[in-house]
Design a protein around this ligand. Sequence first.
Ligand code: ADP
Length: 630
Amino acid sequence: MLKSKILIVEDDAIESMDIKINLENMGYEVSAVTSSGEEALPMISQHMPDLVLMDIILKGKMNGVEVAQKIKDEYDLPVIYLTSNSEEKTLEKAKLTEPFGYVIKPYDIVLLRYTIEIGLYKHKMEKKLESRLQYFKNVFDNAPIGIFHSTIEGKFIRVNKALSSMLGYSTQKELINEVNKLNVADKIYNSPEKRPEFISNAIKDDKWHSYKNEYIRKDGNIMIGELYFRSIRNTDGSIRYLEGFITDVTEQKELEEARMKTEMIAWDRLAEIDGIYDSSPIGLCTLDKDLRYIRINENLARINGFPAIKHIGKTPREIIPTISEKIESMAKKTLKTGRSIMGVEMEGITPSMPGVLRTWIVQSVPFKDIDGNVIGISFSVLEITEMKKAQKELFETVKKLKLSNEELQRFAYVVSHDFKEPLRMVLSFTQLLQSRYEGEFDNEADEFIGFIIEGSKRMERLLDDLLTYSRITTTEEKYSEIDLNKIIEDSIYPLKLIIEENNVEITWDHMPTILINRTQMIHVFQNLITNAIKFRNNKTPKIHISVKLERDQWIFGVSDNGIGIDPHYHKRIFEVFQRLHRRDEYDGTGMGLFLTKKIIEGHNGHIWVESEEGKGSTFYFTLPVENNNI
Ligand code: ADP
């Protein structure tokens, strides 16, 4: 063991020597002996003794008390005073330097040793305590959780860094000052009324009590803290202070709330799905692997003719025997393959409507557990009995309509074709009558003959149009993908003469290739172009055929710079035999646009005109890009 080193400061040389000898005999090392305070201080820094024996009254500038004070402040060494009969005043001063003991001169050796040992031990203990305190202070200050010590009245004694930053304060001091202006509860508790309960629990025993408590941060926001609270007692049992640990669980709480919310939404959805399931207009049910109903909705239960509850645990064979075979075979297939079977039309009779043959569209889907194993089959059943009936009726009606339409078209054809012959005869003989006998009868007779010829000619044109109509609408020609540039060229070819005669300028955009009926489409362009020329004004006729793609359809426009059409008549001109002019102004029968409209509609398009009187017209029509229904 190392010897403890002692420095002796004593101005009496004999005395100091005596002490030195005694100390060395006791086993101490006397590192130095000095007679004045001035000398003592540099020696201390040189020898670093463990203890200083200091004569209270020293000769020289500094007395013992002053030197001891310096030693305490600068070196933190234990000092034991050597004193004879010192005056009260000096002792008072000496006391302030917190000496580790006094040895009264002339000293007793045993007492000297005892005092030195006590001094050394006390100093060692103090050092230990200090480092322990330092350690605890460190832990307290740097702990990741908020720690505080407070009085029962709610004043903070100390708080750590974590707590001050948790509550939004920049320093511990700021938090303590702010809180202590009021008290803990009134300043930082969101519900101050809770504190009495915390206190009474804390002082009841020494255990930790935990609470979820809401704190008001400096910025006014709420922090949710998990508070651990207890009392610390003095040895006599009285309360020394209250200790609390706080962890910020705001986020946890938010997470928890979010989780709760999600769960609630999920439950809501489930209830919603349940509601949809039960009130679905489609019959729904689920069978387990043994083909027993485990769930069925109201609709299907009604179709089957039994309350839903009666199905559970039973098989389709027991509930709907007449159609169970088909259902079971579908179910078994789905169970085996794990695949859905879609849209199977099924007919049968159910107990709910004995004697009525009903039709359904049935679908089976595998019902899987969370790992994807097929554990049953879900069926959806759509009743189409009424729809089927209506469809059948519609089919019959369409068939009848088609027949009568065909009859009508045939009739139109026969009328137009067969009537032409006798009409031709009337016309040619009347013309013969006119050429041979004009002027032979009176004026009126000549006029009448003229009327007959004119009427017959008109009738001939009407019959021609009717014939075109029946020919075009009954054409057997198939639809095919055709380049519309070609159709336009073919349409204007027969009109070449009138185009040239009237100096018509005709242009068109580059046209697409689409699915059309060639003959009908030529008629459309021919009719629109003829009209554009026919209804020209005194300007040189200019015709442009445009095309643009808009979403899923082509929009064509045939525009002219002709007489235009009053918007009032924009609809009427598409009706059969509707014309806006007298024949002596513009020739025609009023069939053209009617037939054009029919053709466009037959191609799943529509037609309209945009025009104003005197400002030209544009006839627009659409054709679908994907024309699957023709
Ligand atoms: P028609 O040409 O035999 O009279 P349409 O059915 O083709 O019969 O046309 C119906 C009416 O629509 C025409 O009589 C005319 O008044 C008007 N019309 C048609 N096209 C044009 C046009 N490009 N400009 C002005 N009016 C037109």
